[in-house]
Design a protein around this ligand. Structure first.
Ligand code: KG4
Ligand code: ZN
Length: 338
């Protein structure tokens, strides 16, 4: 089954055609980063307008890449969570296309899409497994019980990890999005140079909190700037990412012990981070746990992951009507909330 998927939840205009949830036939991602960079973050209204401009080109190109609409069986679209205006552009486009081409319309939860990015990378990966979702908007530890059943074991109580990274990077003078630039800076830094606080250390639950850490790092930078101290931004970046990597691995490996699984998958934009990947790899090797990270291009937002998710949602018999609306706030354990 070939599904055409459309993703416009934030600042990437993306489309893909995916076969049987696993094989990417054609794909396009247009990133708006260069537009939003000058504002230091995503401007929702500009994002929506840019999606409207690029959608016909991006979608047209993947349809051509799949050999035309006749080779497509259904249209899938991200309906949440995300920026409401941005979501609506993709939803409206998908509805129009599904109606005109007489194809089913499949509503997809963006967070589930991130989980499915791993199915595109590892043909043998099957649920159940434990999944850590770390992106600009989400930080969640999820028990992936089956392709379409998720149980949230823990989530952030404040900032998402990517949000804390981007805000700290901005104070260090790095441009948006801060994550990749912070990674580069950290490569030459000492992970033990600064001691930043680790939140919920030793706690029984699997929730996260990153706003205290972010504030502590930002206060430290401002204090040193005010006192005109000479310090290494590389060391700050490396020490900050080290605490994040430790927090994420501690929670994930502890949560794994409460399941009878031997597999961990990590996904979302922040899973592209080298320091975090290394820490997970070392621990997984030590403990003989199977570890999965998506290919780098499937860590950040893309439509191929939405096309993968759509296959498993369609197999549950779930489709949407033409009154499908955007859900800016949507949980992964509520797949039929549309
Ligand atoms: O999944 P994503 O593309 O969008 C959301 O659904 O939020 O994630 C974007 C986030 C941003 O915070 C970005 O700074 C972060 O992922 N990110 C990284 C790296 N690449 C992207 N963070 C750390 N290291 C990276 N290499
Ligand atoms: Zn995302």
């Amino acid at each position: 089954m070939n599904i055409l998927a459309i993703e416009t939840s934030c600042d990437e205009t993306a489309a893909a055609v995916v076969s049987d949830g696993r094989k990417v036939i054609s794909e396009e991602v247009y990133s708006q980063i260069n537009i939003h960079k000058q504002y230091g973050g995503v401007v929702p209204e500009i994002a929506s307008r840019s999606h409207i401009q690029k959608l016909p080109l991006v979608v047209g190109s993947v349809i051509d890449g799949a050999g035309g609409l006749d080779n497509i069986n259904a249209v899938a679209v991200t309906y949440g969570p995300g920026l409401v205006g941005a979501l609506l552009t993709g939803i409206s486009y998908a509805k129009g296309l599904a109606y005109a081409a007489k194809k089913p319309l499949i509503p997809i939860n963006h967070i589930m899409g991130h989980v499915c990015a791993n199915y595109l990378t590892f043909a043998q990966l099957k649920p159940p497994f434990l999944c850590l979702i770390i992106s600009g908007g989400h930080t969640e530890l999820v028990d992936v019980q089956s392709y379409a059943a998720f149980k949230v074991l823990g989530r952030t109580r404040d900032d998402a990890v990517g949000e804390a990274i981007d805000k700290t990077a901005r104070v260090l003078g790095l441009s948006y999005p801060g994550g990749p630039n912070l990674q580069l800076l950290a490569e030459d830094g000492d992970i033990n140079a600064f001691r930043f606080p680790k939140c919920f250390k030793g706690a029984e639950h699997f929730d996260f909190s990153f706003s205290g850490l972010k504030t502590s790092v930002i206060n430290q930078i401002r204090k040193m700037d005010k006192e005109k101290q000479i310090y290494s931004k590389q060391d700050i970046a490396a020490s900050f990412l080290e605490i994040i990597a430790q927090t994420l691995t501690d929670k994930t490996f502890n949560a794994l012990k409460t399941t009878d699984y031997n597999s961990i998958a990590v996904c979302g934009g922040v899973s592209a981070n080298k320091q975090i990947r290394e820490k997970f790899k070392n621990l997984a090797n030590e403990r003989e746990i199977d570890l999965y990270f998506p290919k780098l291009e499937y860590c950040t937002d893309n439509a191929a992951m939405i096309g993968s998710a759509a296959y498993y949602i369609y197999k549950q018999g779930i489709t949407a009507h033409y009154d499908l609306n955007a859900r800016p706030i949507l949980e992964i354990d509520n797949l039929c909330n549309f």
